[in-house]
Design a protein around this ligand. Sequence first.
Ligand SMILES: [Zn+2]
Length: 237
Amino acid sequence: MQFGAVASIALSFLVVLFYFIRLITIKDLKTKYDFVNLNEINYLMIGGYLLVISGWFFLNSLFGDKVQVEAGIFIGRLLGTLIFASIFLVVVYNVLKIYYPSILEKKLHKLRYTPRKSPKTGNPMKLLSEEEEDVYLSEGMQAEEEVFSVDYDVWIDEDSDYTKIEKYDGHLHAEKCESCKFQTLKVVKEEILTSPTTNDKGELMKYYECTYCGHKERRLFTIGRIKVSEDVQHSPV
Ligand SMILES: [Zn+2]
């Protein structure tokens, strides 16, 4: 029992340590962003569970290892402490799934907006605004940005004109759920109901689902008319 307690507490620290060492070795901020976004909660979850298991072993070790007691009492004790441990497992799960996401969002926000360093000159680069960035994005990227839950960030080194384009997936970004008030509402599906033409606007339906309470909702979005460039529109016939 004591061995189990020590082993699982060590394993718990190793898992969390492994995560942070991998994180430190990533230099590029965007890669770091993706890594944190995908892995942080999972690693902390495994670490937290192992800690609870360690506590369960420890609790049982307090009773001594002698099996002089009747089997009934022994099993009863194991089950009793197991119920206790599972309460803690639920607590760990809820903290990480409900409260932690808002802390994670802040962390990701910082990673996303920390000025990138230009590999050409070493200068801090400048993040272009939505209006400025269009020049650097292909038409496909712009359309994608307008319609789907995708965001492109364009960083520019003003001395060398070096640019870095980073793609962010809105699907991974959670919004506040109307039903449970936690920041756990995510886009699960997007569907174009009517495609936009040069004359008419199109319609897009986004389907949301809350990862905590399961609340579902849909929102209708308008897609702008397809723009025809000025010189085509005004060209003499
Ligand atoms: Zn909810």
